[in-house]
Design a protein around this ligand. Sequence first.
Ligand code: THU
Length: 134
Amino acid sequence: MDMDTLFCIARRAAEAAYAPYSRFRVGAALLAGDGTVFSGCNVENRSFGLTICAERSAVVQGVSRGCRSFLALAVAAPDSPVPVGPCGACRQVLSEFMAPEAPVRFGGSGPQRVDTTIGELYPHDSLHELAGAT
Ligand code: THU
């Protein structure tokens, strides 16, 4: 699956966002090895700190269905004029289930897209550095 298609799925996922407090919808789509795509949206709460981001929502969807490795990620923020990348907490969680070289695309409502990798977003993560340090 190409990143354009994965981004379209992320944008569709944003439509389910529960974001009455920020009015800022986000969708995420994670590609699994067998071609399955797990998507998620942000789920806010009146106790603001309990908000779950779209990216972690997608991880939970995938892991709950037995998938522990994702090949690519797309994040869509249709209420933002500029691309919005994963927050720091999500970068840590994503790095648990994705290789550093896994591609990531994120975008907002406009045509601009950022293409990067998990390793660029979250370098020197202890899981992969320790695994390679034998
Ligand atoms: N949000 C995400 O879901 N993912 C991101 O990458 C950035 C921020 C959500 C959290 C909150 O519901 C809203 O966007 C505003 O920060």
